[in-house]
Ligand binder design. Structure first.
Ligand code: MG
Length: 280
């Protein structure tokens, strides 16, 4: 299933996208996507069918229950470009993932604006990432069992204010400005994507291809991350884990290509869709 959250006639609803994407069927009986995932994620009672053109997309989980868990450097080529930008020596060894937290007040749906925050940053950047949505309480997940805990996958844009990210000792502030978590357009349930996910992942700014890789190039796998985190941290249903971004972010160019007002960012992952947002 391709699941989405949307507004229709001023009401927030969840639904399933039709094959081909021309319409949406509402799923009844749940408060929102978090409630749907909490209760097992089975769509049984459907409501009306609405043409896709009549809905306003929201993020599939507009209000995640907790901050998103993110992986910092999880593609080798991105590790190299980041080290170049920060003028650090790059060791090449990545034995353990870098984890950090991204505050999210309200996630931004496809088609909604990304605030430019010109008063605090002149170095706003994009990062396309595969995000894993946890489906049931995960604690001490054994090797080989991570798939049982995955509800589905979506796309996020890990919007980052580089000046804040590098100025402060931790990335938290620079990653967490309002509107810095575009998510969507849909959640694709785990049964529809072969595991482990090996999906083409791309981003474009104003139509120019910037990032182009495949999720098979991730250094830490989805499996490794769920096993490792759940060994000491309970992952609740609805948890969003963003798996890191490939090379080609704005800070990786010489000179850097940061986002400006009016820029349109498209984040695309094979089998999931395109998350498209304009910088305000
Ligand atoms: Mg990132």
């Amino acid at each position: 299933m391709k699941l989405l959250t949307f507004k229709y006639k001023n009401e927030e609803k969840i639904g399933v996208l039709s094959e081909g994407g021309s319409s949406v069927k509402t799923i009844e009986g749940f408060r929102d996507m978090n409630d749907f995932i909490d209760k097992g994620g089975k769509a049984e009672v459907f409501g009306e069918e609405i043409p896709f053109g009549e809905i306003q997309l929201l993020a599939p989980i507009p209000f995640p229950k907790q901050d998103a868990i993110c992986l910092g450097i999880n593609y080798m080529a991105h590790a190299e470009e980041s080290a170049r930008y920060k003028k650090e020596a790059f060791g090449g060894e990545r034995p353990y993932p870098v984890y950090f937290s991204k505050r999210v007040d309200e996630a931004v749906g496809s088609g909604m604006p990304i605030p430019s925050h010109r008063d605090v940053t002149d170095t706003l950047d994009y990062e396309v990432e595969l995000a894993v949505i946890i489906g049931k309480t995960a604690r001490n997940v054994p090797e080989g069992k991570a798939l049982d805990y995955i509800f589905g996958y979506t796309i996020i844009n890990d919007v980052s204010a580089r000046n804040l990210q590098t100025r402060h000792q931790q990335w938290y502030f620079g990653k967490s400005l309002d509107g810095a978590l575009p998510m969507g357009p849909v959640i694709v349930t785990a049964d529809e994507i072969a595991y482990p996910p090996e999906l083409n992942i791309k981003s474009y700014v104003n139509g120019e291809l910037r990032q182009n890789s495949n999720t098979r190039n991730m250094i830490a796998s989805v499996e490794q991350v769920i096993v490792e985190l759940s060994s000491g941290m309970t992952l609740k249903p609805g948890t969003v884990i963003a798996m890191g971004t490939p090379a080609g972010v704005g800070m990786g160019f010489q000179p850097p290509k940061f986002l400006k007002s009016g820029d349109v960012v498209e984040c695309e992952i094979e089998g999931i869709g395109v998350l498209k947002n304009r910088v305000e």
